[in-house]
Design a protein around this ligand. Structure first.
Ligand SMILES: Nc1ncnc2c1ncn2[C@@H]1O[C@H](COP(=O)(O)OP(=O)(O)O)[C@@H](O)[C@H]1O
Ligand SMILES: [Mg+2]
Length: 358
């Protein structure tokens, strides 16, 4: 049997039931031994789809086919919830297919319409004014409906549907001069509470308490979603950190998201000041501030690094290194990793502040 994951590169052809023969046009990513690619059908009307593959093994008493079925249901449920309940723009429909390989692994294949290029390139390359407009439009078209519709009455900052709102999970299509954004990442499906009562975060679900707490904050908490978004934006355009912060603050105010929960204040507390000026603090002060921070403070460490990069042009090359090192999914970062991150922060703080009046 041709192994779909091995033969995938641009120009290659493969058959996928029930779609038929397809030719790969573009490969998007190759993370964690899964592939995401764009392809055209070769029979009939040359339809184009994005394909996402998930290699799945058996788990406990379930076969790999049964687990694949569960994953498919979780993804469908999450996409439908974003669409019907939260009114968040998502791809129109998704289809699934699967094959089980000789080694027992089931490859689940999700296919969906192409929804445009991600906003990453425009954010990196466009002039500042247009970038800020795009960021504002992303907030208005995706986060506003999510916050309005998914907020839990008894606990307004907590959302009943989660999201990993970062630039590479959002695409844009321009029609008649208007930009339309789509949230495209449905796996791991953050569709809310699982039948066992836990909140869906990652696949497989993390068991570590701190990882779960941070995951809940990043994906299901209003402040956490905006902080995650701001740090990712800042990592792409550190010099716009201050302006991104303002665009987010105006978005919160304009839509009264401070009303039931002091959203702006919670975010400000993470930078320890009302603005980003913590980034101007001396290296000695920074050392004292971060001394007792550990893995639980990972988002504070990331925000601090963005603030430092905002004020210290020469330190910016270190931001992406820090982002890579601080990535976590289902297990906590060890003390050695946290110490490495702190070292990078202190190195960043050792560079001179460009100017005081940003
Ligand atoms: N429907 C889509 N239309 C256009 N591009 C897409 C679509 N879905 C995914 N992509 C591209 O593929 C990348 C990876 O897809 P994603 O679903 O976010 O998977 P993951 O982040 O888990 O690898 C995205 O960052 C984006 O570049
Ligand atoms: Mg993604």
């Amino acid at each position: 049997m041709e192994h779909i994951l091995n033969i995938l590169s641009v120009g290659n052809e493969v058959s996928i039931v029930p779609i038929g023969r397809i030719r790969v046009l573009q490969v998007f990513g190759d993370a964690y031994n899964r592939k995401v690619f764009y392809a055209t059908t070769l029979e009939g009307s040359n339809l184009k789809y994005v394909f996402k593959t998930f290699p799945i093994n058996n788990a406990g008493c379930k076969s790999s086919e049964e687990v694949a079925h569960d994953v498919e249901m979780a993804i469908r449920h999450y996409r439908n919830k974003l669409d019907d309940k939260e009114s968040v723009p998502v791809v129109k429909e998704i289809g699934f297919s699967s094959i089980t390989l000789e080694d027992g692994t089931t490859i689940l294949i999700q296919y969906e319409p192409y929804a445009g290029e991600t906003v990453t390139d425009p954010i990196v390359n466009y002039r500042a004014e247009l970038v800020l407009t795009i960021v504002n439009e992303m907030l208005e078209q995706i986060i506003k409906p999510l916050f309005l519709n998914a907020s839990i009455v008894s606990n307004p900052e907590r959302l009943s549907t989660g999201m990993d709102f970062i630039p590479r999970n959002v695409t844009v299509i321009t029609i008649d001069g208007h930009r339309f954004y789509t949230y495209v990442d449905y796996f791991p499906a953050k569709g809310g509470k699982l039948p066992c009562g836990a909140w869906a975060l990652e696949y497989p679900e993390p068991t570590n308490e701190i990882v779960r707490k941070l995951g809940m904050f990043r994906s299901y908490n209003m402040a956490g979603i905006l902080i995650n978004f701001w740090t990712h934006l800042s990592s792409l355009r550190p010099e716009l950190g201050g302006k991104f912060y303002k665009v987010i603050a105006y978005f919160i105010r304009r839509n009264n998201f401070n009303e039931k929960y002091d959203l702006e204040k919670v975010i400000d507390d993470y930078t320890l000041k009302k603005d980003l000026s913590i980034g101007k603090t001396s290296a000695e002060e920074i050392e004292k501030i971060i001394q007792n921070w550990d893995f639980e403070d990972i988002f504070r460490l990331r925000m601090l690094a963005c603030c430092l990069a905002f004020y210290r042009n020469n330190s910016r090359y270190l931001l992406l290194v820090l982002f890579k090192k601080s990535h976590f999914q289902d297990s906590p970062l060890g003390l050695d990793k946290i110490n490495e991150i702190k070292e990078i922060i202190l190195k960043m703080a050792s560079y001179q502040v460009d100017s005081d009046d940003k």
